[in-house]
Design a protein around this ligand. Structure first.
Ligand code: HEM
Length: 364
């Protein structure tokens, strides 16, 4: 009986395939290097987690694919985004285990890798792309495009995925459709802009006590702040900023993300606010993974070139900064104002954003 149960577990988990997939090339060459096992298992575990992340993205992106996202979809979407964030967190901290490998051990089996490199992980490429990293945003590698040297099958999977909207595109569309922001009697950005101008006018009044260089400096700062805010309120300024790459998101999406952020306590905005938080967590965790990986690479191979053909550490560090996807959501913090200066929402809008039963109780 005990044996039978054990067999079922063995079959269910596909252990025949899983546990025979660690083939140490150093062993085969008659020059066994103990740490090659860790190196192989490490990559395999990562690939399994990449598979799980893609599986979660399949579901999330399916729910976001229509022009109206069902409110009931919010709960599973938040759950799966949270799961992706937890997996990435785990992938970052797992680097500690790989760093137990002495660089000398890596040197001892590196010759057996040939040109194999995580650079050719097509699942990692899919994760990046499905989240929203575009081909044109990538740091160039001297030998051409990132997918030039992938197997035809993997290349096709990537090309096919590029034809569909990424999570970035879907979230941009979803944010742009946020209700409450642009009504006949209430326009969020007009109210918000007025609040900012009031703050800046107050600051100008306070300059009366200044003179000379200090006055000039403060007036310049105030004008710069006014300009900065106009980038999110003014259509043309935003179009310019999109053109030069300062903003990637559409104006409507940015304003909606700001609205959701500043009024996040309103019951109906709590879910969307949580979603924005999880997206920024994921973007930040991906950058942290890139950074941890780059540091680990420097520890193993110094500043030398990678087996996949890039410049190695230097290339990887550049991806930390340049392969961010949702930087716009981080940049929104530039536009926050103190809570006490936040314009109150009109009652009608505030009522609509409350749960009906609680507003009825309040009225009774
Ligand atoms: C001793 C351990 C490792 C070393 C020395 C190493 C080295 C490198 C280097 C030098 C690159 C740049 C591309 C190239 O020229 O090869 C790279 C890319 C990459 N590696 Fe590793 N790596 C190691 C472990 C891992 C692990 C455990 C993973 C997990 C899957 C991984 C995943 C990746 C990925 C996804 C890239 C592409 C990054 C990008 O282009 O943004 N690496 N690796």
């Amino acid at each position: 009986m005990a044996n039978k149960n054990w067999d079922q577990y063995h079959d269910y988990e596909g252990l025949d395939k899983l546990l025979t997939a660690q083939n140490l090339r150093s062993d085969k060459a008659g020059n066994p290097v103990h740490d090659e096992m860790l190196f192989i298992i490490f990559h395999q575990v990562y690939e399994l987690w990449f598979k799980q992340i893609l599986f979660e993205l399949d579901d999330i992106q399916e729910r976001f694919s229509s022009n109206v996202v069902d409110d009931r979809d919010m709960q599973p979407v938040l759950g799966y985004l949270n799961r992706i964030a937890k997996i990435l967190h785990n992938l970052v901290s797992m680097m500690d285990i790989l760093e137990t490998m002495p660089p000398q051990a890596f040197v001892d089996f590196r010759q057996y890798l040939g040109t194999a490199s995580g650079f050719q992980s097509w699942q990692f490429r899919l994760v990046e792309m499905r989240l929203g990293l575009r081909r044109e945003d990538r740091v160039s590698v001297f030998h051409g495009e990132f997918d030039d040297e992938l197997r035809a099958e993997s290349k096709k999977t990537i090309k096919d995925a590029e034809k569909y909207p990424s999570l970035f595109d879907q979230i941009d569309g979803w944010l742009s459709r946020t209700p409450f922001i642009d009504n006949q009697d209430y326009k969020f950005w007009e109210e918000y802009r007025n609040a900012i101008h009031n703050i800046l006018d107050e600051r100008i009044k306070e300059t009366q006590s200044l003179s000379g260089d200090a006055l000039e400096k403060e007036l310049k700062t105030i004008e710069k702040t006014r300009q900065k805010f106009s980038g999110i309120f003014d259509k043309e300024k935003h179009a310019e900023a999109q053109e030069n790459g300062t903003w990637r998101m559409s104006l409507k999406a940015l304003q909606a993300a700001l609205f959701i952020t500043v009024y996040s306590k309103e019951p109906i905005l709590q879910g969307p606010n949580q979603l924005l938080k999880l997206i920024t967590d994921i973007d930040s965790l991906l950058a942290r993974w890139r950074y941890r990986h780059a540091l680990m690479v420097q520890r193993m191979v110094g500043m030398g070139a990678g087996s996949g053909g890039s410049s190695g550490y230097d290339y990887l560090m550049r991806t930390v900064e340049n392969h961010r996807i949702f930087s716009d959501l981080f940049a929104l913090s530039n536009f926050l104002i103190p809570t006490q200066a936040l314009p109150a929402l009109p009652d009608e809008i505030s009522q609509k954003m409350s749960y009906n039963y609680s507003s009825e109780e309040k009225a009774a």
